[in-house]
Design a protein around this ligand. Structure first.
Ligand code: ADP
Length: 322
């Protein structure tokens, strides 16, 4: 009661409901309504101060004694704090709205260009080429969006925890480097790896670690101009393992540092490269890092490159035995 209604000081016994809940007149209204109508009610009310608003569900029912003759004894109130539930519901519907919006943009473009192509004979070769190219690009984008969304839901799925095992970090990173090297070569970017050695051992899902590295490396390559450098360093520091990905790319302004981890947030939106990324890459990275019990830090300034550093606790002996 104290947590929900901190204004109520100590003893409420013997005082009027309207006095006890002076700051929450809705409660006295509910009591009065229940008494008057003789029926159970259910209401949702907001209480508290602007910076500490609580959503409460209040169920009321009449307390009746039947013996020796029927009479009303009072009103029973059941108060449930639904602030968190409401917050989660809002997040979910916001997420669905965002996903729908993100899916609609490429679909609208595809539909538009398919319509254009229906008058195939009247189009020049160049226009046909452009239309097909847009359709191809937007289809790719849809595929990436759906894959990223699936990855996000997999990370949040408890069952993938059963696939946790001992991970030799350097070995996993080498595999990811083999995959991303062709991307770097296209832009003549050098990828340099400085491994920590055998001490760098984590406990986790190998797919997640690789996915995290793929996202960080793809970003580093994507946002670094040709002939740049990307350095990957793994280090053992006491009971932690640090993995950093440092690039010589375009950098990120201070005010974007928090925002880029949000779902669907893209800095390049502003720069008009709408179809480049999904804006989910770093959200996935952050989800993975927190599921593995680590943290992520960013050091970056515009035109001065970026460094993403993730730190994990090392695997404990009993986990390594698994
Ligand atoms: P995207 O699919 O757009 O790459 P991310 O979630 O991976 O989505 O990244 C969000 C935004 O953060 C990107 O649009 C980009 O502007 C910025 N960003 C991410 N990594 C880097 C980097 N290494 N250098 C500069 N900007 C970056």
């Amino acid at each position: 009661l104290q947590r929900l209604f901190p204004e109520i000081d100590g003893n409420a016994a013997g005082r009027l409901v309207s006095q006890v809940f002076a700051e929450q007149p809705q409660i006295s209204d509910i009591v009065r309504e229940t008494m008057r109508r003789g029926l159970a009610t259910e209401h949702e009310i907001e209480v508290g101060r602007p910076n500490r608003r609580l959503m409460l569900r209040v169920k009321s029912s009449l307390m009746k004694a039947l013996d020796p003759e029927p009479r009303v004894m009072g009103v029973f109130l059941l108060v449930q704090d639904i602030t968190q539930i409401r917050k989660l519901e809002n997040m979910r519907s916001e997420f669905v709205a965002n996903v729908t919006h993100e899916l609609r943009t490429p679909l609208t473009l595809i539909a538009g260009f398919v319509e254009t192509l229906q008058s195939w004979e009247r189009l020049s070769n160049k226009d046909r080429g452009t239309a097909l190219q847009v359709i191809e690009l937007e289809t790719e984008r849809l595929k990436r969006l759906i894959n990223d969304l699936l990855t996000l839901s997999e990370i949040e799925n408890i069952e993938t925890r059963t696939q946790w095992r001992r991970l030799a970090v350097d070995q996993e990173i080498r595999q990811v480097l083999a995959l991303t090297r062709p991307l770097a070569e296209e832009k003549n970017i050098s990828l340099n790896f400085h491994p920590a050695g055998e001490e760098a051992v984590l406990h986790g899902n190998p797919d997640w670690l690789r996915q995290m590295m793929i996202n960080l490396l793809e970003n580093a390559i994507k946002y670094t101009p040709a002939d740049g450098t990307v350095e990957i360093v793994t280090e053992r520091r006491g009971q932690s393992i640090c993995i950093s990905v440092r690039d010589t790319g375009i950098g990120i302004a201070e005010e974007e540092h928090q925002l880029i981890f949000q779902r669907f947030y893209r800095v390049d939106k502003v720069r008009g490269r709408e179809s480049a990324g999904t804006g989910l890459g770093l959200t996935i990275v952050q989800d993975i890092v927190s599921e593995l019990g680590g943290k992520i830090e960013l050091e970056s300034r515009p035109d001065a490159g970026s460094c993403f550093r993730v730190t994990f606790p090392v695997a404990e002996q009993q986990q390594l035995a698994l």
